[in-house]
Design a binder for this molecule. Structure first.
Ligand code: ATP
Ligand code: MG
Ligand code: FE
Length: 347
């Protein structure tokens, strides 16, 4: 079964081909980051228009690189939400038009389920059940995962997402969007112990997060240094390191709690922030103490991509799930409302 996956929820056009027997055959990605850079963030209308320009050529490109034609495709999966409604509509329209023309099933997939399942594309994929930490530009969530579509929300951010906090900190430090990788690179040059940032909501029970206070703390620290005329490259690096360490510590404390609470040994991290090296190292150190293990995708599959949508769509299309005639786009869509996919279990 060969599935074409299409991702257009935000500012990345991603397309991939996944074969349920052979695995991932090919994937391509076009990032619109340069186009939005002049505006300091994603401009929704520009994003939609660029998806229109890029999507069909990328579909042809991914087919060519796998040595396939449209006639070989058995089904199409596209991101139906959450995301920017105009951007989502582009992926949904192309998926449904192609599916109608080819007479094959089409399915709208949940973007965060895509992120969550991306580590399944790697060697040594995690077995169910596990705890997943979803850390992206728009989400920070802890989820107990018993199977595909069997999601129990354990906790989430009450305000900003972790990725958003990275992006805003980057802006305060004069770095470009997307800020996560740039803050991480700057932090490499930071000196430890120069600043101590808070670990929000770790001093009380529960698995929710809050990152907006940390953002304010960064702003105050940057402003204080600037007022003293001390905001040079070294101090900016020190601040980046203190911020990153605080985020990593906070996420690690909550992950440890979630593993204890659920009795799980396996932790999956997914979404753009899961590419962060300090986070991976911190979680691995924590998990090693309890003989647990941490799973994540290669960096290019942590951020938005078509491969994760092709993979998630394949699992659901295989189980017979498909759209009706209508294009589905759901800008806001809680993941725990998804239907389960019961894998036939071998005895
Ligand atoms: P969502 O998936 O919630 O809809 P999104 O699709 O915009 O949001 P992703 O593409 O998963 O988010 O991830 C992008 C985010 O990941 C950005 O906030 C970016 O700064 C952050 N990010 C990427 N790489 C790193 C890194 N190495 N360290 C920290 N943050 C990172
Ligand atoms: Mg993105
Ligand atoms: Fe995403």
């Amino acid at each position: 079964m060969l599935i074409l996956g299409i991702e257009t929820s935000c500012d990345e056009t991603g397309v991939a081909l996944f074969d349920d027997g052979l695995g991932l055959l090919a994937h391509v990605l076009f990032s619109q980051i340069d186009m939005h850079a002049d505006y300091g963030g994603v401009v929704p209308e520009l994003a939609s228009r660029d998806h229109v320009r890029k999507l069909l050529p990328l579909c042809d490109q991914v087919l060519a690189s796998a040595g396939k034609t449209r006639a070989d495709i058995d089904g199409i999966a596209y991101t139906a939400g959450p995301g920017l409604v105009g951007a989502l509509m582009v992926g949904g329209s192309v998926a449904h038009a192609l599916g109608f023309a080819l007479g094959i099933p089409v399915l709208g997939v949940h973007h965060m389920e895509g992120h969550l399942l991306a580590p399944m594309l790697e060697d040594n994929p995690p077995e169910f059940p596990f705890v997943a930490l979803l850390v992206s530009g728009g989400h920070t969530q802890l989820v107990k995962v018993d199977g595909i579509g069997e999601y129990q929300m354990l906790g989430e951010s009450v305000d900003d997402a972790a990725g958003e906090a990275f992006d805003k900190t980057a802006k305060m430090l004069g770095l470009d969007y997307p800020g996560g990788p740039r803050v991480a690179a700057l932090a490499e040059k930071g000196r430890e112990g120069q600043y101590r940032f808070p670990r929000p909501m770790t001093d009380r029970p529960g698995l929710d997060f809050s990152f907006s206070g940390l953002k304010t703390f960064t702003l105050n620290t940057v402003n204080a240094a600037r007022d003293k005329g001390a905001l040079d490259d070294q101090v900016r690096a020190d601040i980046a390191l203190a911020f990153e360490t605080a985020v990593v510590d906070t996420l690690t404390i909550k992950c440890r709690r979630a593993l204890e609470q659920t009795g799980c040994k396996r932790l999956v991290i997914a979404g753009g922030v899961s590419a962060n090296k300090r986070l991976r190292a911190g979680l691995e150190k924590m998990a090693a103490k309890t003989r647990g293990s941490v799973f994540y995708a290669r960096p290019e599959f942590c951020t938005d991509n078509g491969a994760m949508i092709a993979y998630a769509g394949t699992q659901r299309l295989k189980a017979g799930q498909r759209d009706g005639e209508r294009i589905v786009s759901v800008p806001r869509w809680p993941m725990n409302t998804l239907p389960p996919v019961h894998e036939p279990r071998a005895n």
